[in-house]
Design a binder for this molecule. Structure first.
Ligand code: FES
Length: 367
């Protein structure tokens, strides 16, 4: 992820390293745990000691086992080498396609949608294979056996095609994950690949008339898909991958004096606070812009970002934002960056919640 950004956006090596390791630095010392921190699992485990697994209620045991599985997977650092190789291959393939590669990547991330596309696409193969399993069960009952078998084969075929679409969007998102979430994501993808291979085997068996073997292969594949689905859900709901990480919005209040205009130099964004909410002020020519302090993708400190051709660039994975509207111009971010109104009054920069008017550095006239 980060290395592809380097090729495409010239992200400095130190910044890339900081992003990959989840070390957050800024001039004002922002402190933020990286998304998918292993401590998340450890905290979970400390609340569910092993003794509880033996004496607790069934749901406690399930939770503890789930947390332990994630903890173990998250620590498999040997997965990093194949992971980075795969990431580099994907990155180079997309970079080699130039603008078309960037548009494809944006399409697959879901920047046009406002949130990741992958969860929507995943519903297709899961539903199709679930239908196959249901039809297989129905085909055991007397009557319409041939029709049901044919329907389950067609349903399985659509599930296989949809699985490829889900794998494409998932791989594209996975490239920009970090540390533990990257390892869990790799296992999630590998399980899905095994399940899809079983579905293909099953489809071929059914076509050749080996129905029982075909049913067995798709049933085992569906079990693997369910286990993989647990990991996929954990990536989102427990590790925050794909969730808007831009943090708390400043949404109430009046014009607030934040900084002397002379203190804001071109090319040097500054972090300030309004009502306890972190903001970043930056100059773009004569304009003064105010945006949220954290990138919506994985929470990179925007204060370490920079302006390039009128777009604000995230320091970690090179997402680009329109600094006036906050809209994503290029992924992997999909959610917009919070933006605020600014004005300069008596040599001081004032900010208030609300959509920027487009007159970025208003003089205060008429206010
Ligand atoms: S943190 Fe990944 S693009 Fe900003």
């Amino acid at each position: 992820m980060l290395r592809r950004s380097a090729a495409q956006c010239g992200v400095p090596a130190t910044e890339r390293r900081a992003g990959r390791l989840g070390v957050v630095r800024s001039r004002e010392g922002i402190r933020r745990k990286p998304v998918g921190d292993i401590e998340t699992f450890d905290d979970e485990m400390s609340k569910s000691p092993r003794s509880d697994v033996r004496v607790g209620r069934p749901e406690e045991s399930v939770r503890a086992v789930g947390a332990r599985v994630l903890s173990v997977l998250g620590r498999q650092s040997w997965l990093d080498r194949p992971g980075y190789r795969l990431e580099h291959t994907l990155g180079f393939a997309l970079a080699a396609c130039g603008g078309a590669g960037e548009r494809t990547s944006n399409l697959l991330h879901g920047t046009w949608l406002g949130h990741p596309l992958h969860p929507l696409v995943v519903a297709l193969p899961t539903g199709a294979v679930a239908t196959t399993v249901a039809l297989d069960v129905a085909a055991v009952l007397p009557g319409h056996q041939a029709g049901l078998r044919e329907a389950s084969r067609v349903s399985l075929g659509s599930g296989i095609v949809a699985s490829l679409a889900a794998a494409t969007t998932g791989l594209n998102d996975w490239q920009q994950t970090q540390e533990q979430s990257r390892r869990v994501g790799l296992v999630h993808g590998a399980l899905n690949a095994v399940a899809t291979a079983l579905y293909v085997l099953s489809w071929c068996d059914r076509r050749r008339g080996r129905h029982v073997r075909g049913v067995a292969a798709s049933a085992v594949g569906y079990g693997i898909t369910a286990a993989s689905g647990y990991l996929g859900a954990s990536l989102v709901y427990r590790l925050g991958v794909g969730v808007d990480q831009s943090g708390v919005r400043w949404d109430t209040g009046e014009w607030t004096l934040l900084l002397a205009e002379a203190a804001l130099e071109a090319g040097q964004p500054q972090r300030v606070e309004a009502a306890g909410v972190g903001l970043v002020l930056l100059r773009d020519g004569d304009d003064v812009l105010a945006v949220g302090e954290l990138c919506p993708h994985l929470g990179a400190p925007i204060v370490d970002g920079w302006m390039d051709r009128g777009q604000l660039v995230c320091p970690w994975h090179g997402s680009r934002f329109d600094p006036v509207t906050g809209q994503v111009v290029r992924g992997p971010a999909t959610a917009p960056l919070p933006c605020y109104q600014t004005r300069i009054l008596a040599g001081t920069i004032e900010v208030r919640p609300g959509k920027p008017t487009g007159l970025r550095a208003a003089t205060g006239a008429g206010e």
